[in-house]
Design a protein around this ligand. Structure first.
Ligand code: PXP
Length: 237
């Protein structure tokens, strides 16, 4: 069964818009789990625009599934993550002005910085995943620095504007999965997935987990979070 990690950042986005304590992502995690989430994912950004340290601390203490913390190579965030010891850490690139994570991590370019961090997290018992584009050189680099997982960036597939583009982006992801499996990497995927485009990705061979946020939280505004998660889970093989 393909696992579903529910990204609840946008519950915190709504809270931060008012600067008060509600809605609380900790409550959201309970409902997501009741709806069948296999894990809870949050991104502690360096600019703290949505998720705060307090959220991560409480989620790690209270969730019944597994916490996947997304983070960039920022020293204070790395130190905090090592204190919290989430189940998994997914390394992502971060730019201050972006609306959301725009591209995959450049593992080749950041290899010297990344390799010791991957080791440090693994020595602390944290599973390490690298969020990368479906690019064969980046996949090889991820394997060579010893990451257990990659998370394949599905954004370009989700943004495809024509049937041809969609096919092209899908085959890149398909090839990325085959290559990653052959290199012994385990595979997650995510970004931009919704109730309409998720099925082909969910059925890729070797795929273990999808991380989905925006579409689930958006749908939850209309149907409630528990049902929104259950409906997404029902689409996964
Ligand atoms: N995976 C990663 C690494 C991400 O950065 C994000 C967005 O925070 C997601 C998955 C979820 O993307 P979306 O909100 O578009 O479902």
């Amino acid at each position: 069964m393909v696992k579903l990690g529910v990204n609840i950042d946008h519950v915190a986005t709504v809270r931060q818009a008012r600067g008060i304590s509600e809605p609380d992502p900790v409550n959201a995690a309970v409902l997501a789990e009741l709806g069948g989430a296999d894990g809870i994912t949050v991104h502690l950004r360096e600019d703290h625009r949505h998720i705060q340290e307090r959220d991560v601390r409480l989620l790690q203490e209270t969730i019944k599934t597994r916490l996947n913390l997304e983070l960039a190579l920022a020293p204070e965030i790395l130190d905090f993550a090592l204190q919290i010891k989430p189940y998994a850490a997914t390394f992502v690139p971060e730019k201050r002005e972006e609306l959301t994570t725009e591209g995959g991590l450049d593992v080749i370019g950041h290899r010297l910085k990344l390799e010791p961090v991957v080791k440090k997290f693994q020595d602390a018992g944290i599973v390490v995943s690298l969020f990368i584009d479906p690019d064969l050189d980046q996949i090889e680099a991820a394997a060579s620095i010893g990451a257990q997982f990659i998370e394949i960036h599905t954004g370009r597939y989700c943004d495809a504007q024509s049937e041809d583009d969609l096919k092209k982006e899908f085959s890149l992801i398909d090839l990325a999965c085959i290559t990653a499996s052959n290199l012994g990497l385990r595979i997650n995927a995510g970004h931009g997935l919704n109730y309409r485009n998720v099925i082909p990705i969910a059925n890729l061979p070797g795929l273990e987990e999808l991380n989905i946020g925006h579409s689930i939280i958006g749908h939850a505004i209309f149907v409630g979070l528990e049902r929104a998660v259950r409906e997404m889970k029902a689409l996964l093989p």
